[in-house]
Design a protein around this ligand. Structure first.
Ligand code: HEM
Length: 579
C-alpha cells in the first residue's frame, strides 16, 4: 500500500514536471511569435508564488543589492516590483520592450514613453489584469469603486467621483494640511527622538479623514464625552483602526475577523456605520436644500451631490447607470483613503530626508517659503484658491516631481491586453518598430526604467529639481552647465510638466486611469512644507551618514507590496531656521 502511494506521488510529480515543461515550451513559442526579445524565469512577479519568493529573495539579496548593481540576474524577475532596484538595467540589456516567460505565462515590460502613453490612454484595450483585479476585488470591503471596476461601470464611477476633486476639496486639503502641519511642527521641533515618519503617516491619514468626512481629528480627543450614540469609537478612531490593519480587513473573511481580531472588526463595522449615518444625513440635507455653501462640503457630500446631479441629467444611453449606490460611494471613499494616504506620506518622507541631505535644494525651498510669508494672504486665506497657492511654489513643486521621478512611490502600472494589440516603440537609433501582443497578455509599464533612461532624463541619477523648470527637460543635463536659454528659464522659475514629453514621467500614471488624486497630493505636499518650514529647517541627526543614507534609499526599497517605502527610518530633525 505504502509503495503504491509512493508510486502515485512520484507519478504526480512527473506529471506536474511534464506539464510545467510543456507550458514553458508553449509560452516560449508564443513569445518567439511576437518577435520581441525574451528571457526565462521560473516564476514571474505577477504570479502568486512571487508573494513567497519576494520576501525570501529580498532578504537573501540585500547584501548584493547594496553593491549597487541591482538584482542578481537569476533572481530579479521573481521579485515583486523588482524594477525599483533594477533602475532600467534589464531594459538596457534586452531593449525598451521585452518579455519574461515563465511556465505560467508571459509578462511584457515596457520602458518606451510612446508605448507607455499608448497603453495608458487606451483603457478599454489595456485593462487592469484580471488577476490583479481579483486582488482589487479584495479592495472592496465597503463596496465597488473607481479603482476596482472596468469598462462602463468604471466610467460612471469616474464621472461621479472626478468632479468631487474640485477647488473646494483642494482648498479643504490646503487648510487641513496646514493645520495638522502646525501640530506636527511643534511636536517634532521640541522632541529629539521624534519619529517623524509616524507623524507624517498620522497627518496624511487625518487629512484624508477630514477631507473625506468633514471631521477634524482633535474634535474627538475627549472620546468618552463626545462619542455619538451607538458608537464605541470616534469616526477617526474607526478610520485609523481600519487603515492600520488593512491586511486583516482585506484578507481575512469578516466572519472570521469578528472572532479573531475583535478590535479590527469593531473598527471596520463602526466605520461602515459612520459612513451610513453620514450618507443618510448628507442625502437629507441635499433633498431639503440644507446643503448650504458648496465650500462646506467634504468628499462624501460632494460625491452625493455629483451622483444626484448626474441622475438628474438622465442616462446617456438607454438603460445606462446614472448614479452610484451608497455601497459604491462608501467603496470610493475607502479607495481614496487607501490610494491617497500612504502614497502622499511616503512622498513627503522621502522629500524630508532628501531636503536634509541636500542643503542647497533646501535653501531654495526655504527662500520660496520665506517669500510666501512676506506677502498678504499667506498661510491660509479665504481669498486665495489652492491653485493660486501652488503657483507661488514653483520650486517646491519641481522638487516634488523630482522626488517622484527618483522615488516613484507606486511602482507597477500593470495592464492586460483584451485582444491582439499593436505596440510601437520610437527610438532615435532604431526608428519606429511595431509588435503585436496577443490577447490576455500581462503588460507592465516600468516607470523606474523610464525615469532612469538617459534618452528622457539626461544624467538620470542626479536628483535636480531644475529639470522641471526648463522648457525642454530632455535637453537639460544637470551634470553640465545650463545653456543661456535654460539658465533664463531656471531664473524665471515657472514649474511645468508641459515641457516634459508625455509618457516620460509615469509616477501618477497616464491617460484616463491616471491618478485621480494628483492635485490633492500636490496641494497636500506644498501646504505641508510651506507650514513646516516657515520658521524651521530640516537637519540630519549627528549619527546619519548622508552618503550612505542616500545610497540605501536609492538601492533598496522597504519591500512593501503596496507602495515604495524607505528601507529604514532616518533620524531627521526639525531645528529653528537660524540655528
Ligand atoms: C504622491 C501621491 C500619489 C501618487 C504617486 C499616486 C499614484 C497613482 C498612480 C500611479 C495611479 C495609477 C495606477 C494605475 O494606472 O494602475 C493612481 C491611481 C489612483 N489614485 Fe493616486 N497617487 C497619489 C495620491 C493619490 C491621492 C491623494 C488620492 C485620493 C485622494 C489618489 C487616488 C487615486 C485613485 C482613486 C486612483 C485610481 C484611478 C482609476 O483607477 O481610475 N491618489 N495613483
Amino acid at each position: 500500500m505504502a509503495s503504491f502511494s509512493l508510486f502515485l506521488v512520484i507519478l504526480a510529480i512527473i506529471a506536474h514536471a511534464v506539464y510545467t515543461l510543456f507550458s514553458l515550451v508553449n509560452n516560449i513559442r508564443k513569445a518567439r511569435a511576437i518577435g520581441l526579445p525574451y528571457t526565462l524565469s521560473p516564476i514571474h512577479e505577477l504570479e502568486r508564488w512571487a508573494y513567497v519568493a519576494d520576501p525570501i529573495l529580498r532578504w537573501y539579496c540585500r547584501g548584493y543589492l547594496l553593491q549597487g548593481n541591482g538584482w542578481p540576474r537569476w533572481a530579479r524577475f521573481m521579485i515583486k516590483d523588482w524594477h525599483y532596484e533594477d533602475k532600467g538595467r534589464a531594459h538596457r540589456e534586452y531593449g525598451p520592450l521585452f518579455i519574461v516567460v515563465s511556465p505560467s505565462g508571459m509578462v511584457c515590460y515596457v520602458a518606451d514613453s510612446h508605448a507607455a502613453l499608448h497603453i495608458g490612454t487606451k483603457r478599454r484595450l489595456f485593462v487592469k489584469p484580471p488577476d490583479k483585479m481579483s486582488n482589487y476585488k479584495m479592495l472592496e470591503p465597503f463596496g465597488p469603486n473607481i479603482g476596482s471596476t472596468e469598462g462602463d461601470l468604471w466610467k460612471i464611477h469616474s464621472r461621479i467621483a472626478s468632479p468631487s476633486f474640485d477647488e473646494y476639496t483642494q482648498k479643504l486639503v490646503w487648510t487641513e494640511t496646514q493645520r495638522h502641519a502646525s501640530t506636527l511642527m511643534s511636536m517634532w521641533s521640541s522632541n529629539r527622538g521624534f519619529e517623524f515618519e509616524k507623524g507624517v503617516y498620522t497627518l496624511t491619514m487625518d487629512v484624508m479623514g477630514c477631507v473625506s468626512f468633514g471631521q477634524q481629528a482633535d474634535q474627538n480627543n475627549d472620546e468618552k464625552t463626545r462619542l455619538p450614540e451607538g458608537h464605541s469609537l470616534s469616526l477617526l478612531g474607526a478610520l485609523r483602526g481600519v487603515i492600520m490593519h488593512l491586511p486583516h480587513i482585506l484578507l481575512v473573511p469578516k466572519a472570521l475577523l469578528r472572532y479573531t481580531w475583535k478590535g479590527v472588526y469593531t473598527a471596520y463595522v463602526e466605520l461602515d456605520q459612520y459612513m451610513d449615518e453620514l450618507l443618510f444625513q448628507g442625502m437629507k440635507d441635499l433633498s431639503n436644500g440644507l446643503d448650504g455653501a458648496r465650500s462646506k462640503e467634504n468628499l462624501l457630500k460632494a460625491m452625493l451631490r455629483s451622483s444626484k446631479e448626474n441622475e438628474e441629467k438622465g442616462p446617456r444611453a438607454v438603460g445606462a447607470k446614472v448614479s452610484l449606490t451608497n455601497e459604491e460611494i462608501k467603496g470610493n471613499l475607502f479607495i481614496f483613503l487607501l490610494a491617497g494616504y500612504d502614497t502622499t506620506a511616503n512622498t513627503i518622507i522621502y522629500a524630508c530626508v532628501i531636503l536634509a541631505l541636500y542643503p542647497d535644494t533646501q535653501s531654495k525651498v526655504l527662500d520660496e517659503v520665506g517669500e510666501f510669508y512676506k506677502g498678504e494672504d499667506a498661510g491660509d486665506s479665504p481669498n486665495k484658491s489652492s491653485s493660486e497657492y501652488l503657483a507661488m511654489f514653483p520650486y517646491l513643486l519641481a522638487f516634488m516631481h523630482e522626488i517622484l521621478r527618483v522615488f516613484p512611490v507606486i511602482i507597477p502600472i500593470a495592464r492586460q491586453t483584451i485582444s491582439g494589440q499593436e505596440l510601437t516603440t520610437r527610438s532615435e537609433i532604431s526608428g519606429s518598430e511595431s509588435f503585436t501582443l496577443p490577447g490576455g497578455m500581462d503588460v507592465i509599464i516600468n516607470n523606474t526604467a523610464i525615469h532612469f533612461s538617459e534618452s528622457y532624463w539626461p544624467s538620470p541619477d542626479i536628483l535636480d529639481p531644475r529639470r522641471w523648470l526648463v522648457r525642454d527637460s530632455q535637453a537639460f543635463d544637470p551634470s553640465k552647465p545650463p545653456t543661456e536659454e535654460q539658465e533664463a528659464d531656471i531664473q524665471k522659475c515657472v514649474f511645468s510638466t508641459q515641457s516634459n514629453a508625455k509618457g516620460t514621467f509615469m509616477s501618477f500614471g497616464e491617460g484616463p486611469r491616471a491618478c485621480l488624486g494628483r492635485n490633492f497630493a500636490k496641494v497636500e505636499f506644498v501646504a505641508f512644507f510651506s507650514r513646516l518650514l516657515q520658521n524651521h529647517r530640516l537637519e540630519a541627526g549627528g549619527d546619519v551618514n548622508p552618503r550612505e543614507t542616500e545610497r540605501n534609499l536609492r538601492l533598496l526599497s522597504g519591500g512593501s507590496p503596496v507602495t515604495l517605502i524607505p528601507p529604514h527610518s532616518v533620524d531627521i530633525r526639525l531645528v529653528p531656521r537660524g540655528s
